[in-house]
Design a protein around this ligand. Sequence first.
Ligand code: ADP
Length: 450
Amino acid sequence: MITKLLIANRGEIACRVIKTAKRMGIRTVAVYSDADQTALHVRLADEAVYLGESPAKLSYLNAAKIITIALKVGADAIHPGYGFLSENARFAGLCAQNNIVFVGPPIGAIEAMGSKSAAKHIMQQANVPLVPGYHGDEQSAEILQAEADKMGYPVLLKAAAGGGGKGMRQVWQASEFTDALDAAKREAMSSFNDELMLVEKYLTQPRHVEIQVFCDSHGNGVYLFERDCSVQRRHQKVIEEAPAPGLDGSLRQQMGEAALTAAKAINYVGAGTVEFLLDVDGSFYFMEMNTRLQVEHPVTEMITGQDLVEWQLRVANGEPLPLTQQQLSIKGHAFEARIYAEDPNNEFLPSTGRIQLLQMPEESEYLRIDTGIVEGDDVSVYYDPMLAKLIVWDENRDKALSRMTRALSEFHVEGLSTNLEFLYNLVSCDAFKQADIDTGFIEKHQQHLF
Ligand code: ADP
C-alpha cells in the first residue's frame, strides 16, 4: 500500500495530486526549486524537500535527485503529474529499480507511445484507424516528398518525437515541401534532438476529440468518455469540454472501444488518453496516446463524478478499477479554460512578474479552480505560464457556458498580462455558443477575439 507519496511536479497539478492523496490518508512530499521556495504546493504538502536551482533541468527534470530524495524521506511512490518526467521511461525505470511505485503506466507502454511513428505502427497492427500518412524510417527529402505527392496536398509534417505542437508544418503544395521539411526538422532537432518526420494527410476542419481510458493490472479497462479539445492556438489547447457537442451515442461507443483497443495493444495500466481527429464526415483517426494524467482531466471528473487521481493511486496500489463500464455514465456538461500569464496582443508572449491582485470566483459544486498560485507570487520565466484552470459544470452545455462566461468576468489578475479577456471573448462568440467548433476556430474568428 502507498503510504507516502512524493509529487515530482509543481504548480496546480502538484496541488491537485496532494489534495486527493491527503483525502486518502496518504502522506505527501513536495519537491521544489529556488523559484518555488514559498509556492503553494510546498505549503500544502506534509513535507517539502529542496530539489535544486530554478531551471527545470536542474530541478524538476533531475531524475536522479528526485529518486535520492524519495529514498531519503521513505516515499514508497512517486506521482509525476504531467510534463517534466511524466512520460520519461528512464525515470519510470529508475523508480522500479529502487522499489518505488511510479504512478503511471508500465515502462513498455511509455516507450511504445513515446514516438508518434512507432505508436502508429502498433495501432495499425491493432486495427485502430489512422490518418492516412507515411510513418516509415526512410527519411530522405525525395522519399518524403514522393509520399506527400502520392497522398495529395495539403499534408502535415510532424516530428515523431514531437509534443506541444512543436516540429509541425502544414504544406499546401508540392513547391513548398522542401522548405517546410527543413523548417520542421530544424525545430524538431532543437526541441527534441530527433528529426524523424511523419507525413500525414492534413485534415482541414477536424475536431480534436480524445478519450480518457483507465486500465488496472487485472486486465480490466474502461473509457470515461471523451473531451473535445478542438479550440486550439498553434495546436495547443485553450478550452476543453466534455462531452463533445453533438457526438452521438454510437460514435461515442465506437471511439471509446477503439481507444480501449489502443490501450490493450500496449498492455496499458493506469490513466491514459487516446487522441483522435474527428473529421466532418464522422470518420475518426488515431493521433497519439498520452501516457499520463492530462491537464484537462477535470472536465471528465465533473461529468462522471469520479476523482481520476484517486483512480490512479488505487490502480498503482494494485487494486481493481473502482467501476465497470456499465456503472459509468455522463451527467451534464463541463468546460475548462486555461488561464495563462501571456499577452494575447503581443503574439501571446509569456508575461512574468508579481501577481499583485488575484480575485477568483467562488468555488462550488458548479465551479472549480485548480491553481498553484496565490496573490503576491512571482511568475517566473522558468516554467509553463499557466496560472489556473477554471472549470465549470451544469446540467447542459448552455447553462455550463453561461457559468463559464460569468466566472471569467469575475476572475481578475493584476500585475501581469493574462489571456482572460481573450478567453471571455472566445466563450462569448456566437459560433462557440452554437458549438460550431473545429481546430481552426481561433484563426477563423480572430476578429471577435482580440
Ligand atoms: P502534439 O503532440 O505536438 O500536441 P498532436 O499530434 O497531438 O501533436 O497534434 C496536435 C494538434 O495538431 C491536434 O490536436 C490537431 O489540432 C492538429 N493535427 C494533428 N494532426 C493533424 C492532421 N493530420 N490534420 C489536421 N490537424 C492535425
